[in-house]
Ligand binder design. Sequence first.
Ligand code: NAP
Length: 466
Amino acid sequence: MSQIGSETNPLRVAIVGAGPAGFYTAERLFKEKSIHVTVDMYDRLPTPFGLVRNGVAPDHQKIKSVTKIFDRLARKPEFRFFGNVELGTDVTVEDLRDHYHQIVYTTGAQTDRHLDIPGIDLKNSHPATDFVAWYNGHPDFRDYEFDLSQESVAVIGIGNVAVDVARILCRTREELMETDIADYALEQLSQSKVKEVYMLGRRGPAQAAFTPPEAKELGEMAGADAVVLPEEAELDPLSQASLADADRGTMRNIEIIQELAARKLSGKPKKLTIRFLVSPTELIGNEDGEVVAMRLVKNELYQTETGTMRPRATDQVEEIPVGLVFRSIGYRGVPIKGVPFHERWGVILNEKGRVLDAASNEPVLGQYTAGWIKRGPSGVIGTNKPDAVETAECMLADLAEGKTLAPTHPEQEAVADLIQSRKPTFVSYDDWVKLDELELAAGVEAGRPRVKFTRVDDMLKALGKA
Ligand code: NAP
């Protein structure tokens, strides 16, 4: 057999997870002109693009245009998409080892970080990640129910996901019509009785996790006033002292927050209050087990030995009436059976993207990872590019040293036969292109950018595969 990476024996790579990290890994591999590579990308959903489709806020259509780059890659003859194929159910890691020289896990962070306070599991208390997946039309979440008949909602956390959730709750029907939000979410949010939304930050304005463009957007909503309590916009002495080393993003956040604090209510139907230095300590329920209020404690900041500002509870407490709660304190990775996992960090055990054996801490031959399941749930879509490049370069270096798997069936047809036998309803990239065209056409009819398929069955029916 000729050398791996030659024209007659191309490097065969399986990428599991069709989000940005997967596509950026493929992009870097295809850029390597000295070798021949073929990539098969798997996703458990029939649709590609991961969080760009199911996570990015629907009113951020511009961000979604990154899919044009991914689409160009996917149309290469060396690329195949096996959608609707789940690792662990339809194929196993063993199957992949039998068919590929290298495997890359780019499965993202599929669940949320837990918040351990009394009452957190009451009715109408949800992970924000569920709500995000719901309004984006993720098939696993489309039938979830959120009680939008409540007037008062709290979002715990002030990262960009919390901002997305708060903004979507505040948007008018007209604003939502300009988005590709799931059609059922558009209807339910249009009928929503929500009037008051709180975003709760446990630290101060100088430590806010949101980024300035997202913060600024909160002050520009058609149907909601964004407010900050003037006393909470003031910096405490520790934060004030830290400004000398602050980056531009922090300085701009502070400016935006103080500008919001100086505003008067303009009388818009909804109000979004961004709170600082408060932590929820308990959710209070009624006799039906539904949340009716939240207990908060006021925090003060202290500085750790490493210079980080941490919140510490004071004895000042308050209660706010809320009938719906979203906790938005970060995503978390989910382990893949047979792949070493760091439980505390919620990531695949790895070094620069090389999967590490849990016992020996040595690289596991032929297995790699990129994106949130490699480094944790941080950064914007573009952050995944350098992250994926790092992984792809480890893969290329290992190939140069002959460190690859030795699959028994490296032929492209062998894996196609396997998938055909295991999951005849798999979705190819050509199939996805058809779904995409149908969604865009439905969008034109509805006067919106796109109307999404939100049930796998409907997608398969549209493809004649049901
Ligand atoms: P994040 O940026 O890490 O924010 C998490 C928030 O939860 C922070 O405000 C954090 O406060 C708070 N938090 C954590 N533990 C808490 C606790 N026990 N009690 C109260 N609050 C707690 O995470 P994210 O919002 O899920 O976003 C994930 C990544 O996606 C981020 O990098 C984000 O920028 C990115 N993203 C970007 C966009 C965009 O570009 N438009 C949109 C969505 C997401 P502390 O700071 O005090 O820890």
